[in-house]
Design a protein. Structure first.
Length: 607
């Protein structure tokens, strides 16, 4: 049976191409908000970090009504590091809107998400967004998108669908650029015409594949998925099973059932095949589980998620300042928090190590892990992490490493510097085109990109755009230089003084200011030379009974301090260093705090 009153779609695109802004406008024009209601920009980005960074991290569900049809919309992340979110929500929908920026054209994540959608044989409607940009190049971008479809092996029907030209910011869409749009009706009509309605058995025993997990303090874990067969009702008895583990639960009671309408979850007495629903009352429900009626227990296969490529060690903070600023500081707290994250993040892996105080955490990239760290920090956790490392694989007896496809859009005058730096990091240029602004495409080892983003922004004077996505594994490419500068390391415990910092700043760049508490072995700056240097930033000026106006502490001029962000700290630290993370501070430190022990270890390594 076909349910013509429903359409289920996902919006997929590269980061910053306007997915969340388009959903905002669809909600406004779908009548979700009152006319006089004040609506925040990017209303779907509900997390603090999502709003601050302007990126979507978790896939969100919403729904609008148009011409008596309910359109369920899933807004997905555009960052490659959160690709796991995209991969699993595609199992809930019958078609996708592929958003492409009218100037940037297809980017690495566009290729990644389109490949996944075509593999699931989902119909794709291409939306060229930001057509109001003065530098828009719509015709060229359409050609680039069609080339990408052909390259990824799309069939003819995929190439025959109409292309919608939209401005999410202005809330307009049109099928013909020569006739400017007035609203999003052309987009809604295209969705109804070209995205198929859900089809399945409406009378059979209920069956739902869980694709997303939410959590609520009152009802616990909430499973979200699409009903693929039958009807679910509140209070009915169900059984939970899993395709991979083959585990079958005892009969469970569905305590509450919700459908989506606008930004709200609406309690529902029952929901049928094709509906996207949220349910509670099923203990330990997880992503990939199937919820079935007891009369026919049949697990549905879940999409295989691309494996992690980056690993870090999360451990209990053991610095001299341990326990001063955090609320949750023990290994028990750290373990429980990481295990809780596993329940909602399918791309994450957490492994025990030889030490009960340390855990190996694997993710899809530096951003993926740094968002987890930032979330934990804001929740009151105190811990320390190691430098990110790539995960190697043995393929046919050869040690291989992850390779990423990197695309950089830069002004032509800076292209040479970018090509040279990427070459040093073992990158290989695949293509280069453009006149005033040049698009460069490289294949580069993942470890070659560690610490490169800030260097790239410096080299392009902030005008460059770069992004990358995992491509494949290849044999290890050889050594890549990491950091060509050393660290300034604190000599003793105490409080930094203007006098001590004044003489330390001659040696490099400082990360701390006066009156900052420091400890022996803590990193307080960057040395201008390749080796580490121990400096005494707590040094006091010797007091004598002679007046010397020129040497007064007030006359010591300190260069402005450059405090590092979380990402910059992760880029800076080396193998023998750790990053201490507390709700109030980020401190880099040596693994071995004692200068004498570090010197002895270096001597042993040489000899």
């Amino acid at each position: 049976m076909i349910r013509n009153d429903i359409r289920n779609i996902a919006i997929i695109a590269h980061v910053d191409h306007g997915k969340t802004t388009l959903v905002d406008e669809m909600l406004k024009q779908g009548g979700v908000f009152r006319e006089n209601q004040q609506v925040a920009e990017r209303v779907m980005d509900s997390g603090d970090i999502e709003r601050e960074r302007g990126i979507t991290i978790l896939a969100k569900n919403t729904a609008v009504h148009y011409k008596s049809t309910k359109i369920n919309i899933v807004d997905t992340p555009g960052h490659a590091d959160f690709g796991g979110e995209v991969e699993r929500v595609l199992k809930m929908v019958d078609g996708v809107l592929l958003l492409v920026d009218s100037f940037e054209g297809p980017m690495p994540q566009t290729r990644f998400v389109l490949k996944k959608a075509l593999a699931l044989k989902l119909p794709v409607i291409v939306v060229i967004n930001k057509v109001d940009r003065p530098d828009a190049r719509c015709d060229e971008v359409v050609d680039e998108v069609l080339d990408l479809f052909i390259e990824l092996g799309a069939d003819e029907t995929a190439l025959d669908r109409p292309i919608v030209y939209a401005s999410a910011r202005l809330g307009t869409a049109t099928l013909d650029l020569s006739r400017p749009g007035e609203d999003l009706r052309p987009l809604f009509d295209t969705i109804l015409e070209y995205i198929p309605a859900p089809e399945g058995d409406l009378e059979g025993p209920a069956q739902v594949l869980i694709s997303t997990i939410d959590y609520n303090d009152y009802v616990g874990r909430i499973g979200i998925g699409r009903i693929s067969r039958g009807t679910l009702s509140e209070g009915m008895t169900v059984i939970k099973t899993n395709y991979d583990t083959k585990k079958v639960s005892q009969p469970l009671r569905l305590t509450s059932l919700y459908t989506f309408d606008g930004l709200k979850r609406i309690p529902a007495k029952e929901a049928s095949m094709g509906d996207i629903v949220a349910m509670s009352g099923i203990e330990d429900i997880g992503i990939g589980d199937t919820v079935c009626a007891p009369e026919q227990v049949e697990a549905l296969p879940f999409v295989s998620i691309t494996e992690p490529t980056v690993t870090m060690t999360f451990s209990v903070n053991n610095s001299p300042f341990a326990g001063r600023e955090g609320e949750y500081v023990t290994s028990r707290h750290l373990r429980a928090r990481l295990m809780r994250e596993l329940q909602t993040d399918v791309s994450l892996r957490v492994n025990e190590t030889d030490s009960p105080d340390a855990f190996e955490v694997r993710g899809r990239g530096e951003l993926h892990l740094s968002i987890l760290i930032e979330n934990m920090r804001r929740q009151g956790y105190e811990f320390q992490v190691s430098k990110p490392q790539v995960l190697y694989k043995e393929i046919d007896g050869v040690r291989c490493e992850p390779i990423e496809r990197m695309v950089a859009d830069v002004p032509q005058s800076y292209a040479g510097a970018v090509i040279e730096k990427i070459g040093r990091r073992r990158g290989v240029m695949e293509s280069m085109h453009g006149l005033d602004r040049v698009r460069l495409e490289f294949l580069i080892p993942s470890r070659g990109l560690f610490g490169y983003r800030s260097e790239f922004m410096t080299d392009t004077r902030g005008e460059g755009i770069m992004s990358s996505v995992f491509e494949k594994y290849e044999p290890v490419k050889g050594d890549i230089p990491h950091r060509n500068v050393g660290a300034l390391v604190c000599f003793e415990d105490g409080e930094a003084t203007s006098y001590g910092l004044f003489y330390a700043q001659e040696r490099g760049t400082l990360f701390i200011g006066p009156q900052t508490p420091v400890y022996k072995g803590m990193i307080c700056g960057q040395n201008s030379r390749p080796d580490d240097l121990v400096v005494n930033v707590c040094k006091q000026k010797h007091v004598t009974n002679m007046r010397n106006a020129s040497a007064s502490e007030d006359s010591l001029r300190l260069v402005s301090v450059h405090p590092l962000t979380l990402e910059e700290c992760l880029e800076f630290i080396d193998d023998d260093e750790l990053l201490e993370i507390t709700p109030k501070s980020l401190r880099m430190r040596k693994r071995v705090l004692s200068h004498e022990e570090r010197a002895r270890a270096a001597h042993r390594a040489k000899g």
